[in-house]
Structure formats: structure tokens, C-alpha cells
Design a protein around this ligand. Structure first.
Ligand code: DGL
Length: 276
């Protein structure tokens, strides 16, 4: 099938826009279709079954709009739904299409950067509970020590535009101190959630010296660029007018207001219903 269309970028809400922004900087000539399931976000503490069902609905909606390739920009969806979608649903539904996640490119960057091989993962409850980061890291660094730290308040702080407020300091400090106390040998902390880059100034403020932060946007963007070079048959199906369009399951007005914060520019969105 030679259908052409934009590259789909899916997230539970707004956070994936931080990934989209980086991807567009690396691949400015490509078209993108972003889908935020804002009405059902956050995904972070939903069960496996719910996240899988929601994510599959979103992927199918993006396929129906012509996307040959979909990026799950959401860590929680990448951790809990990607593998089943790749191995069970794609062969059945659309063998010529592809879905990629954010965990693999992030883990490759971490493996290149850590010296002590003691790594801290900051993420949602769901991503930490899945153990996906540890599993993937162990494939590259079998002797690494991985400490997962759930940060349940960080997403709501960002979603409610409180990421810059004095109240955010309390929650950021609490989680950074907690993970460093659990393993003082950590030399690399991974921001394994789409929303966390917006808390970067606070994170850096409480970070012990000598500990580096890995934010995933640039690594996901690099990996996508490499993927398109290695897969010219997929690349040929991606339209290239340098455009981006946005879909949200919430109200368009609400999305446009918050999305402008993440994209640092005005965006126009369209409503979509996913519950099938
Ligand atoms: N996008 C999610 C992630 O990267 C964070 C927001 C949510 O919990 O839905 O894990």
C-alpha cells in the first residue's frame, strides 16, 4: 500500500509536545499529526489493560488519518502498550505500518553516558511499575544498578501550569532527594516522562553536583531521523511540507491554550473522539 501521510505522534496529553518540538527541530521538512488524549489523561496510574486499549485506539485513529509511522511519545504508553501493539496488533491490522516508542532511544543514550552504571529513572507510577527501563537498560549494561523513582505530583504540576511556582520546589526536591538517598552512586538521572523537561530549572536546582540529567527529546528525534534513513520504504510514505496538525480528545480551546505553553508558539487543534 502506497498511502502517504504525516508522521503520527501520540501522547496521553500535552507532554508529548516537548518531544514533537525536538523532532520538528531535527526533521523540519516532515509533516506531523499530533494526537493528545487529554480527556483521558493522565495515563500514569491506569492499569495495563486500560493504557493498552486507549493507546491502540489512538494508533488506529492516526492510521485512519494516513499515518504510516506513529511515535508513542508517551513513556507510559511505550512501557505498557508498545510491545503488544508491535507484536500482536500491527501484523493483524496494518502490517505495512510501524509504531515506535521513546524508551529504546533514551536507554541507548543513557548507556553511552553513564560512568558508574548506577542510573536513576524518574517517571510516572505506571512506567516505574512496568520495569521497562530497567529491562531495556540491562540488555545494554547487564551489571547496571537501576533505581526507579515514581514522581506522581510532577505531571499535575505541569498540567496545571504550576511548574514554575514555589510549590513545585517542594515536590521536585522531595523526589530528587529520595532517589539519591536510595542510591548515592547514581551518576545519571533519566527524565522518563514527557512532562518533566518543563521542570528542568527546578530539577537542576536540587541535583547533586556530578549527576547528569538525560531528557529524552533530542535522543528520540535523533533515533527517528536514523530510522527514516534506514527505512527508505517508510520514509517515502511520509509527506514533507513542514506542517504540523493537532488532534485532542478534550475541548479545542483548552488544548490550544495549554499546547501553546509546551510548543512556545500558537497552535490550532481539531477535536477527535476515540472511545469506540
Ligand atoms: N505522557 C506521560 C508519560 O510520558 C505522562 C503523563 C501521563 O501520566 O499521562 O509517561
Amino acid at each position: 500500500m502506497n498511502e502517504t501521510g504525516p508522521i503520527g505522534v501520540f501522547d496521553s496529553g500535552y507532554g508529548g509536545l516537548t518531544i514533537l518540538r525536538q523532532i520538528r527541530a531535527y526533521l523540519p521538512e516532515y509533516d506531523f499529526l499530533y494526537l493528545g488524549d487529554n480527556a483521558r489523561a493522565p495515563y500514569g496510574s491506569h492499569s495495563f489493560d486500560v493504557i493498552y486499549r486507549y493507546t491502540l485506539q489512538a494508533v488506529e485513529a492516526l492510521f485512519a488519518r494516513g499515518c504510516r509511522l506513529v511515535i508513542l511519545a508517551c513513556n507510559t504508553a511505550s512501557a505498557k502498550a508498545l510491545r503488544t501493539i508491535q507484536t500482536v496488533d500491527i501484523p493483524r491490522l496494518a502490517p505495512e505500518r510501524r509504531v515506535l516508542g521513546v524508551i529504546h532511544p533514551t536507554v541507548e543514550a543513557v548507556a553511552r553516558q553513564t560512568g558508574s552504571r548506577h542510573i536513576g529513572i524518574l517517571a510516572t507510577v505506571g512506567t516505574i511499575a512496568s520495569g521497562s527501563y530497567e529491562l531495556e537498560l540491562r540488555k545494554l549494561l547487564p551489571d547496571c544498578v537501576v533505581t526507579g523513582q515514581a514522581c506522581p505530583m510532577w505531571v499535575p504540576l505541569v498540567e496545571n501550569n504550576e511548574f514554575d511556582s514555589p510549590g513545585a520546589d517542594y515536590f521536585v526536591r522531595k523526589r530528587i532527594e529520595s532517589v539519591m538517598l536510595r542510591d548515592p552512586q547514581i551518576d545519571t538521572l533519566v527524565l522518563a516522562c514527557t512532562h518533566y523537561p518543563l521542570l528542568m530549572p527546578k530539577i537542576v536546582k536540587y541535583l547533586p553536583s556530578g549527576v547528569r540529567i538525560v531528557a529524552q527529546g533530542e535522543y528520540v528525534a535523533e533515533a527517528l531521523r536514523d530510522y527514516l534513513i534506514r527505512h527508505p520504504e517508510i520514509d517515502a510514505c511520509c509527506t514533507k511540507r513542514g506542517e504540523a496538525a493537532y488532534l485532542t480528545t478534550e475541548s479545542v480551546e483548552k488544548f490550544e491554550e495549554s499546547a501553546a505553553l509546551f510548543m512556545r508558539t500558537a497552535v490550532r487543534a481539531e477535536h477527535i473522539d476515540l472511545h469506540i
